[in-house]
Design a protein around this ligand. Sequence first.
Ligand SMILES: [Fe+2]
Length: 146
Amino acid sequence: NMWFGLTTRTRSVYASKERVNLAEIQRYEDLADPKWKGRICTRSGKHPYNLALIASMIAHHGEAEAETWLRGVKSNLARKPQGNDRAQVKAIYEGVCDLSLGNNYYLGKMLNDPEQIKWAEAVQITFPNTEERGTHVNISGMALTK
Ligand SMILES: [Fe+2]
């Protein structure tokens, strides 16, 4: 027991309440579907939250299939990756895109922020892949020395 997980958070898909039918976005794999062309916003793929999700796609599907998926997601982006998770939800509120990737707890943070509550109210949060392997979670961990 050299290290411990302290917290978990899902890597969720946020979707416009007005423009997205949740039945169409049930899996991370769906993000590469050409029907989402120009409709996805995300922060940088180099951010640890997204790196870990990408690593999970490699673990589940292998490198080649994960690369194909990533190329598909990239070709669906509404804009160059930028900003943090909440900035993507703001972009959905503003009509820049219809889907984004974000940690679940940001929904609660936005609902409790007088300036951001309207962003949160424009979206529905989804927990992808619940029907099979489960939604990807990231943890905060702690290593404990003697
Ligand atoms: Fe965070």
